[in-house]
Design a protein around this ligand. Structure first.
Ligand SMILES: Nc1nc2c(ncn2[C@@H]2O[C@H](COP(=O)(O)OP(=O)(O)OP(=O)(O)O)[C@@H](O)[C@H]2O)c(=O)[nH]1
Ligand SMILES: [Mg+2]
Length: 323
């Protein structure tokens, strides 16, 4: 069992063990997270997302190099929401960033979904809390896809970078998947390939057509940036690192960061509520005679399942609101 003290002192072994407990949905992780939480809240969390093979890991590897030049302590979590068991992609992620493994101020960890009960986004957020409490100043989360399925990276990070590649119709897909709204930085990677300038142009046009946020005035709205990179040789990666840092500064100066943090915490709190409520309901179902009675009534069509579900929920949940 990892010690809280060791995690707070930044022990990589203790941190890795703690993340393992989170992955395994170990109940002790929950108790430890309670103690770690007050020590978190200092890191800048970046999400890097994009289609499989877009070059996300190669790009993050190059980003680590740039952030290290600024002596920033950096951690990376590569998330694999698709495969239930850590597969080839994760191994690839690890290999691509291997050269940083011996750097004391770099921490790289892969996370597989392994049928997370609480959803992958919560487990990833939990892991980010651990890394934050360990003292990492920047945390990068790599994940495939954006705005798709249950795992929306933008709900748990401060800044979202979306990796696109030329010649794949990525620009059009971005519009379809609705990710234009969530991206803060659009990266046209593999710009050594034909069609990069067209994609930059296309994305810029799309971003200019984005509706300004209702909450902020146009002046305090961040205009998403479009950058060209060649992750393989590091071209454009310094500019990318600078753009993320300036986005962070911009958010801080315009009170957007507090707003973003509130959104993230609200999402985290809601997903915790959902999980805890579900657990309560499930354990009630396993033990209650009343549940068996309700089940029989449904089977015999004396009661419809909708009313039965309402009955169970109302019995268990003391607080009831409109949300
Ligand atoms: N030509 C070219 N190839 C690149 C560039 N960046 C990455 N690649 C190559 O693209 C392939 C996939 O790179 P990864 O970094 O593993 O891509 P990924 O998006 O992390 O992939 P998954 O995690 O599997 O979704 C590798 O063979 C890289 O060498 C680039 O800028 N130009
Ligand atoms: Mg990868």
């Amino acid at each position: 069992m990892p010690e809280i003290k060791d995690i707070l002192e930044g022990s990589k072994i203790a941190g890795a063990r703690m993340i393992r407990l989170i992955e395994d949905c170990d109940p002790s992780a929950f108790e430890m997270l309670k103690l770690l939480y007050p020590h978190s809240g200092n890191a800048f969390i970046i999400g890097i997302t994009g289609s499989p093979g877009a070059g996300k890991s190669t790009l993050i590897d190059a980003l680590i190099l740039e952030f290290r030049k600024l002596d920033i302590k950096i951690a990376v979590i590569a998330v694999d929401p698709t495969s239930p068991i850590s597969g080839g992609a994760i191994l690839g992620d690890r290999l691509r960033m291997q050269r940083h493994a011996t750097d004391e101020k770099v921490f790289i960890r892969s996370m597989a979904s392994r049928g997370q009960k609480g959803g992958l986004s919560r487990a990833t957020k939990d892991a980010a809390v651990v890394l934050d409490a360990m003292g990492y100043e920047i945390i990068i989360i790599e994940t495939v896809g954006a705005g798709q399925g249950e795992f929306d990276i933008a709900t748990i990070v401060h800044s979202t970078g979306i990796v696109n590649i030329p010649g794949t119709g990525d620009g059009i897909q971005a519009v379809k998947a609705g990710i234009l709204e969530t991206g803060d930085v659009f990266i046209v990677n593999k710009s050594d390939k034909p069609g990069a300038d067209e994609l930059v142009h296309h994305l810029t046009m799309m971003i200019n057509m984005r509706k300004p946020s209702k909450i902020n005035s146009a002046k305090t709205n961040w205009t998403a940036k479009v950058l060209k990179t060649i992750a393989r040789d590091g071209t454009g990666v310094k500019e990318l690192a600078d753009t993320f840092l300036s986005h962070f500064d911009f958010m801080k100066k315009n009170s957007l960061l507090d707003q973003k943090i509130t959104e993230i915490e609200k999402f985290y709190f809601k997903s915790l509520l959902k999980d805890l409520t579900l657990n309560k309901i499930l354990s009630f179902m396993e033990t209650s005679e009343e549940y068996m009675k309700v089940l029989k009534n449904i089977q015999s069509h004396e009661m419809d399942p909708l009313s039965a579900a309402e009955l169970v929920v109302n019995k268990i949940c003391v607080f009831r609101g409109n949300d």
